[in-house]
Design a protein around this ligand. Structure first.
Ligand code: FAD
Ligand code: NAG
Ligand code: NAG
Ligand code: NAG
Ligand code: NAG
Ligand code: NAG
Length: 573
């Protein structure tokens, strides 16, 4: 072999290696001129501010804070999420994950962010032997309940079927039978996480345990994007009863006092809440046992007799029917389709804008599970909420204060007093980042409808301020991060209490450059309201076109060049 041939061989090997290497590590986000080009190269569906459907894409279920992301993307696998984070970093935009889109303050669709909506990443694999499931981070709770039920399993999480699994775990995830089993995060065994630089981490009890601790209750959109969960499952309960007790309003104070002094210490098989407005109140519950058993249990308290109580109990419902019961205004167990909300459950309605309201019922179509019907498209909500936790001790005087506030509630406002305690009451507040365990007896959630017109909304917002001033001192001072409240003076402390310092530390380790900084971020308190008429971003990227289906990777041009050079050199020799 002469030196010229040797040189040719070495050159050939060199270029071949180069070609192979570049086609493995092919995605170089910095090599694109614009953010839309970078996103196009990921092959992810994207909606930009000028596209049809933009308004629908940029908001979730809560529309009070409508912000200006630069693009909303819909990845379908983890690699695409990794690339999107790298694109966002390269063009100095915040990658903002979205799952169910229920953030009160629009945390999953922040100004100038690249929204990474993972709601199409909803795969599910059940292992009945180990009673575990591997679930895409984008699944919503309704479809999750249905799929698990097919295999005879369930999980503890929120009642609302459109809430996202990842968002619920990021907040904690309280629901039916949390008093017996804990919150959703307590069922997580492992999380697959895309971190700040687009790398993939597996977090569990052994690997990155601090990150794993923070992901369960430490707030969403801060430590990384969870693309997949491994969950522990519960076999569906053999027997359960759902019930409602309706009352005459005159007995409000007596019933509330009886309820307050009893429910938090009741047996853990009972999930029970007290729901009230300025003219109606009722108790609703879910019990692991028969009608007769629940009757015997509650009857001792007098709650089936006080104030003209009218109780209806069902113990013949299917498991999914018992979940649908809490969604059905008629309180039947028949409407299982209400859980079947698909991937894209929100209709084109925006509360405050009557021209966009529809009266006809339109069914959800995308991602609906076959054989269960389909839920109607969901109404988006323009509301303000207040969340407070209470320890058990409240004087009669204090309950009178709550009743007085309740009677002054504006029309359409509703409050729900949910019972904590049970197993949660025996658990340390730092078991996971979700702190509302030992010492908590109740959670009180106030929801007030708004219109978006400051003049009309003023009395309702004033009412909320009085509610805060009067009732906060009776509470333990804390609020649920799942119901973010932009008015809290120190949101981090209210949401996480004694876990805040540890969370800040974990945040600085796993997101050192503060790449993830959504509204639930430990630091952020200022949340500007956006001018809806002007969706363009000063100094931002020009809005591009919808990139769905575009397959040309402009990077490929880079690989062609060395191949051409190789051939030219080979021919020359
Ligand atoms: C109508 C309604 C009913 C509710 N009912 C209950 C209830 O019964 N029990 C209960 O516990 N809570 C309840 N919640 C609160 C709910 O659990 C929280 O608001 C939760 O954060 C919503 O999750 P999401 O995925 O739907 O929202 P999103 O807005 O998509 O996400 C919430 C936050 O998590 C981040 N995030 C989303 N996906 C990921 C991810 N994959 N990785 C990392 N971060 C992510 C987002 O950036 C955002 O900051 C309710 C809320 C509403 C509006
Ligand atoms: C992710 O999805 C894209 C688009 O369908 C596909 O080209 C790519 O191969 C997928 N990647 C993986 C790792 O599945
Ligand atoms: C990405 O982040 C991980 C975890 O922080 C780190 O180990 C890795 O070196 C980072 N990679 C780059 C390219 O910065
Ligand atoms: C709450 O109860 C305590 C003890 O009775 C009382 O001192 C306090 O004034 C009450 N506060 C309100 C707002 O009811
Ligand atoms: C807000 O409501 C008031 C009272 O109904 C009305 O006079 C005003 O025009 C409304 N403002 C806007 C901006 O619609
Ligand atoms: C919080 O904000 C301060 C100053 O604005 C900044 O220095 C710090 O890095 C931020 N911390 C986190 C955890 O975001």
């Amino acid at each position: 072999m002469n030196s010229s041939m040797l040189f040719q061989c070495i050159l050939l090997i060199f270029y071949l290696t180069l070609c192979v290497r570049t086609s493995i590590a092919e995605f170089v986000p910095g090599s694109y001129l614009t953010l839309p080009q970078c996103i196009t190269a990921t092959e992810v569906s994207a909606v930009y501010p000028n596209d049809p459907g933009w308004r629908d894409a940029k908001v979730g279920e809560r529309i009070r804070f409508q912000r200006r992301p630069v693009v909303v993307t819909y990845p379908i696998n983890t690699t695409q999420v990794q690339w999107l984070v790298q694109c966002a970093n390269s063009f100095k935009r915040m990658p903002d994950p979205r799952n169910g889109g229920h953030s009160n303050i629009g945390s999953s669709s922040m100004d100038n962010s690249v929204v990474i909506d993972i709601s199409y990443m909803d795969s599910l694999v059940i292992d009945p032997v180990t009673q575990t499931a591997t679930v895409g981070g984008g699944i919503r709770l309704g479809p999750l309940y249905i799929e698990l039920d097919k295999a005879g399993f369930t999980i503890i999480s929120a009642t609302q079927p459109t809430v996202g699994l990842s968002g619920a775990i990021a907040s904690g995830g309280f629901g039916l039978q949390s008093r017996k089993y804990g919150v959703t995060g307590d069922f997580a065994l492992e999380a697959e996480v895309v971190n700040w630089n687009g790398s993939l981490l597996i977090a569990n009890a052994e690997s990155y345990p601090d990150l794993f601790w923070a992901l369960r209750g430490g707030g969403g959109g801060k430590y990384g994007i969870v693309t997949q969960w491994k969950l522990k499952l519960i076999p569906v309960w053999p027997k359960f009863t759902v019930f409602n007790i309706d009352y005459f309003y005159a007995g409000f104070e007596e019933v509330l006092t009886t309820f307050w002094n009893w429910a938090y210490a009741s047996i853990e098989d009972l999930t029970v809440s007290f729901i009230f407005t300025n003219e109606e109140f009722r108790i609703q519950g879910h019990f692991l046992g028969t009608k007769d058993q629940v009757h015997e249990l509650v009857d001792k308290t007098g709650l089936f007799k006080l104030s003209n109580a009218k109780a209806v109990k069902h113990d013949e419902c299917t498991h999914l029917g018992s979940r649908a019961y809490f969604l059905d205004k008629d309180r039947t167990c028949d409407k299982i389709y209400l859980l079947n909300v698909g991937n894209s459950p929100f209709g084109p309605n925006y509360a405050g804008d009557p021209s966009l309201q529809t009266t006809e019922v339109i069914l959800v179509t995308e991602g609906v599970i076959e054989g269960y019907g389909a839920a109607p498209e969901q109404q988006r909500e323009l509301v303000k909420t207040k969340s407070m936790f209470f320890a058990k001790e409240l004087s009669i005087e204090n309950i009178t204060t709550i009743v007085e506030r309740a009677k002054a509630m504006p029309p359409g406002a509703q409050a729900e007093l949910t019972t904590y305690g049970g197993i949660l009451g025996t658990q340390a507040t730092d078991l996971t980042a979700f702190p509302h365990r030992n010492g908590v007896a109740y959670h009180l959630l106030l929801t007030v409808p708004l219109t978006g017109n400051a003049t009309i909304d003023e009395p309702a917002l004033n009412f909320i301020n009085t509610w805060e001033e009067t009732l906060r001192p009776l509470s333990n001072g804390m609020s649920y991060v799942g119901y973010e409240d932009e008015d809290l003076p120190n949101p981090g402390l209210s949401y996480f209490g004694g876990n805040l310092e540890a969370l800040k530390n974990i945040d600085s380790i796993y997101d050192p450059n503060n790449v993830f900084n959504s509204g639930q971020s430990l630091n952020q308190t200022e949340l500007p309201i956006v001018n809806e008429k002007c969706p363009y971003i000063v100094g931002g990227d020009p809005p591009g076109r919808r990139s769905a289906g575009v397959k040309i990777n402009e990077n490929n041009l880079i690989y062609i060049t060395p191949i051409l050079i190789t051939f030219i050199i080979l021919i020359a020799f």
